[in-house]
Design a protein around this ligand. Structure first.
Ligand SMILES: Cc1ncc(C[n+]2csc(CCOP(=O)(O)OP(=O)(O)O)c2C)c(N)n1
Length: 586
């Protein structure tokens, strides 16, 4: 097994292989992908589909002198195997050495640590600019998928490259006719036309932007890929190499169901079934039910997603059922936000859903297009929790600090099933504000909850006690409950437990009242402390005798951490917090 792959320690070894051996190398790479992905999961379809293209890239170009920039870089696994990192795929004990995205700390063949889409052409344009300023000579190659091409940043960069760059720049457009879900938008339809005419269509967006263009039908054939890349190597101007590939190539199930196999959990290769299971009820499944019922009952309600339907659990059949009440705008978060503002202005009820990490790039649209205008829309964010996605590029821990400080934005942090659904419904119906809801990442819990949240910034006392008040926000509410119990058991008094619900403002009346019979406020939040919720509480009490201790995460780019270990390290377990409380109260 892996006979040829084992001989490849660097791209120089790829160049020694003949076509037959290169084809065996492709098989070896797919076997190695199976080895890793069946055991720890990861991006499946994007990697299975790009094996031949990346072999050809390393055969033709001379990395690291020539520079590869991978868009999202979720498709970089074959590249990693060819650049000295195959053990991360074939040796189980080395899986952790490989991040799953490009990472300059791992290899000189990786230029950027990235995980968000549509950035490669911009990043690579920058390399081109610096290379030309320094009068150096090498190829700069961006690899971008058809889905990622729908993002504004990619389009801005193509617009730039086509007119401003006059030197070597190769943009490989990997057209596998799929984003995570089906691709949406005019660009994708245009790519269909280009493929149908084998690149000869008169109408060609790349040429219109001033870029040269070449089409390769057989993107999964190494020989064809080598030939086309050899043609463009050392070219003296920007060119788009449009390649046609099959997402998930080499695994029938993945070829047939591209969406389900974009990314996978550990699975059984024979059946394709996941080897780990989930509770049937989750906040995502609750979201699905809410959306479907609401859409049926209210024709003004519309769900918008920037290419992340599964953030709300919307499978293809449900999307079809939603019909015109569903809009996948492509991987275009900025557009999605401003679009929602327009819908709200004209009387629609927009619910925008995606993962929290991807909303980061819409700070301006949220601030300007929604909040200054105070248009009522709902933004529902999945994976806001620190133990959801732990890759440095996909962290949700900045959401509270980043967005809760925008005026007019109401950020809600629900703590139970009832509260979540009531907040969702209240938000969609209200006409006053942009409301951002942090979908809980915990297992579903049940507790009675209010239905109306129009009284902005009213915290809820869930347990009235004395001496210590715990303000446990959103996903950390359950930790607050646990801490309250421990205090009662070990320190022999009953603390007050508060569910703040609003992450974007203070309940000043409640906070003032707490001063009557409390000496210490503990804040817990699932996000960074700097600029977050707890610091606002601390500032509120700053000139008083009240002591405040904030618990949350540091302002840091954590990467692939173990959540339980991180809490321990930060002194945030119930026991550690209790010890702190004991010391402070002494
Ligand atoms: C800004 C941003 N939004 C959403 C995502 C989630 N995402 C990761 S890959 C992907 C689809 C990419 O499609 P494409 O570029 O065609 O590459 P493929 O996976 O098909 O190879 C999406 C939506 C992301 N990584 N970044």
């Amino acid at each position: 097994m892996y006979d040829i792959l084992k001989t490849v320690n660097s791209p120089a070894d790829v160049k020694k292989l003949n076509t037959d051996e290169l084809n065996i190398l492709a098989q070896d790479i797919r076997e190695a992908l199976f080895n890793r992905l069946t055991k720890i999961g990861g991006h499946f379809g994007p990697n299975f589909g790009i094996v031949e293209a990346e072999i050809a890239m390393h055969y033709v170009f001379d990395s690291p002198k020539d520079k590869f920039v991978f868009d999202v870089s979720h498709q970089s696994y074959p590249h990693k195997m060819l650049t000295g990192r195959k053990s991360g795929y074939i040796d189980d004990e080395h899986f952790k050495e490989d991040s799953g995205y490009t990472n300059p700390e791992e290899s000189e063949h990786d230029l950027f640590n990235v995980g968000h889409t549509s950035t490669s052409v911009s990043l690579a344009s920058g390399l081109v600019k610096a290379r030309d300023l320094k009068r150096e000579k090498y190829n700069v190659i961006a690899l971008i998928g058809d889905g990622s091409l729908t993002g504004g940043e990619a389009l801005e960069a193509l617009d730039f490259a086509g007119s401003e760059i006059k030197s070597n720049f190769i943009i490989i457009v990997n057209d596998n006719q799929q984003a995570i879900a089906e691709a949406h938008g005019g660009i994708c339809e245009h790519l269909n036309e280009l493929r149908a005419t084998k690149g000869k269509a008169e109408n060609n967006i790349f040429k219109a932007l001033g870029l040269d263009y070449i089409y390769e039908e057989n993107g999964n054939d190494i020989k064809s890929m080598i030939e086309v890349l050899q043609k463009v190597k050392d070219i003296d101007h920007p060119i788009v190499v449009h390649i046609n590939t099959k997402k998930g190539k080499g695994y029938k199930l993945a070829e047939e169901n591209k969406e389900a196999w974009h990314w996978c959990l550990p699975f059984d290769k024979n059946t394709g079934k996941y080897t780990i299971s989930f509770p049937s009820e989750s906040y995502t499944s609750l979201t699905v039910d809410y959306i479907m019922n609401k859409a049926a009952a209210d024709k003004d309600f519309v769900v918008i997603t920037p290419a992340m339907p599964m953030a709300a659990g919307l499978t293809p059949d449900l999307r079809a059922k939603l019909g015109e009440q569903y809009e996948d705008v492509g991987i275009a978060e900025e557009h999605a936000v401003a679009f929602a503002s327009g819908i709200a202005k004209a009387g629609g009820k927009p619910l925008l859903v995606t993962n929290s990490t991807f909303i980061q790039r819409t700070y301006d649209q949220i601030s300007q297009d929604l909040c200054i205008n105070n248009n009522p829309a709902t933004i529902l964010l999945n994976y806001t929790s620190f133990d959801g996605l732990t890759d440095v590029t996909h962290l949700g821990i900045f959401t509270i600090a980043a967005f809760s400080n925008i005026p007019n934005l109401i950020m809600l942090a629900p703590t139970s099933k009832e509260e979540y659904l009531n907040m969702l419904d209240w938000s969609v119906e209200q006409k006053e504000h942009l409301v951002m809801i942090l979908m809980p990442g915990n297992a579903v819990t049940s507790r009675s909850a209010d239905k109306n949240f129009s009284n902005i910034n009213t915290f809820k006392i869930e347990q009235q006690g004395e001496r210590v008040a715990i303000l446990a926000l959103g996903d950390f509410y359950q930790r607050g409950e646990e801490l309250a119990l421990q205090i009662e058991k070990n320190l022999h008094f009953k603390p007050t437990l508060i569910n703040p619900r609003f992450a974007s403002g203070l309940d000043e009346k409640l906070l003032k009242n707490l001063a009557n019979n409390h000496q210490l406020i503990i804040t817990l939040e699932d996000g960074i402390l700097d600029g977050g919720f707890g610091q606002k509480i601390a500032a509120f009490y700053g000139s008083s005798n009240m002591k405040v201790k904030n618990y949350g995460l540091q302002k840091e780019f954590y990467d692939r951490y173990n959540p339980a270990e991180l809490l321990q390290k930060l002194g945030m377990t119930s026991n550690q917090i209790m010890t702190d409380i004991e010391t402070i109260l002494k």
